[in-house]
Write a protein that binds this ligand. Structure first.
Ligand SMILES: Nc1ncnc2c1ncn2[C@@H]1O[C@H](COP(=O)(O)OP(=O)(O)OP(=O)(O)O)[C@@H](O)[C@H]1O
Ligand SMILES: [Mg+2]
Length: 273
């Protein structure tokens, strides 16, 4: 049980790294190499040998391996730090693995790296198997009125899982394609990977890892024309006017109703830009 877009993002980041590890960085040519994705199920007693705090009865292990250049010990110690990269300027943001780490930790999973210089690297993600099916509390509403519908792609950033699920469903029912992120760093990463598709970003201001205001600034750097709606509970009036001055399109006061959000989204998307 996990958000498929998050799993997709974690695997994508690992696969892009594997490709880069096989690629000859001096020429940019894809070298001769192998990449392998393997899944297994691990029982708790096996897990506890590696991670003594592992508490679920069963874990799914997804391993992504490459036969690329591998890492030295010093690099290996730093790879999960945000903004750590050994790639040239413009090639890597250093966020890929910190995002993978965040996603796995959010799902109470574990991550393991095995690497050897010149031989390759394996990342193993361990995700607890959920016994009961989670049923998010999504009210059964009819679909949105016609003037609130749209077909654009929206990036939804919210750390509160229930609210994220609720808004995602509301947006999808209104016809939108929805990408999600649960913290500031993965929001930026998701945005930079999909900036050509994303028509609008709806983000909470109080986010883990990097708050909404910083997310907003980074996204402006990536795409100066980005359309962003910021949502928050209490908002300091100074911060609000600063954000508006730097181009935030709208503010939404939390708690909000899905229909209010749908209306604001149409207003921002339909405004002449
Ligand atoms: N499969 C791998 N083989 C060798 N080194 C790796 C591998 N995966 C990650 N690394 C090392 O870890 C560093 C951090 O990886 P991370 O994915 O966080 O950032 P990045 O790939 O440099 O940039 P980004 O993912 O944001 O484009 C990389 O710069 C690289 O040095
Ligand atoms: Mg990467």
């Amino acid at each position: 049980m996990m958000d498929p877009t998050q799993l997709h993002q974690a695997l994508l980041n690992l696969c892009v790294n594997a490709r880069d590890a096989i690629t000859d960085s001096s020429t940019g040519n894809l070298g001769r190499g192998e990449m392998r994705i393997q899944t297994t199920v691990i029982r708790s007693f096996e897990m506890r040998k590696k991670f003594s705090e592992a508490s679920a009865a069963e874990y799914v292990c997804i391993a992504v391996s490459d036969s690329g250049k591998g890492m030295d010990e010093e690099t290996k110690q730093k790879i999960f730090e945000p903004f750590f990269t050994t790639k040239e300027r413009g090639k890597g943001t250093g966020l890929g693995l910190s995002v993978v780490y965040g996603i796995i930790k959010d799902h109470r999973g574990h991550i393991e790296v095995e690497t050897e210089i010149g031989l390759g690297t394996t990342f193993r993600l361990y995700l607890p198997v959920t016994e009961a099916l989670a049923t998010p509390a999504v009210p059964q509403e009819e679909s949105a009125p016609d003037d609130l519908r749209g077909k654009e792609t929206i990036l939804l950033v919210e750390d509160e899982q229930n609210l994220l699920g609720l808004m995602k469903t509301a947006l999808e029912r209104a016809g939108y394609t929805v990408l999600t992120a649960a913290d500031g760093l993965s929001a930026i990463k998701m945005f930079s990977l999909n900036k050509d598709k994303i028509a609008l970003v709806l983000t909470d201001l109080g986010l883990p890892k990097l708050d909404g205001a910083a997310v907003f600034t980074s996204m402006k750097d990536i795409d100066p024309n980005v359309k962003i709606i910021l949502a928050s509970g209490y908002l300091d009036p100074n911060l609000k006017s600063n954000l508006l001055r730097s181009g935030a399109k709208e503010f939404i006061q939390k708690p909000y109703s899905p229909n209010l959000v749908l209306r604001k989204i149409r207003e921002v998307l339909d405004a002449a830009s």
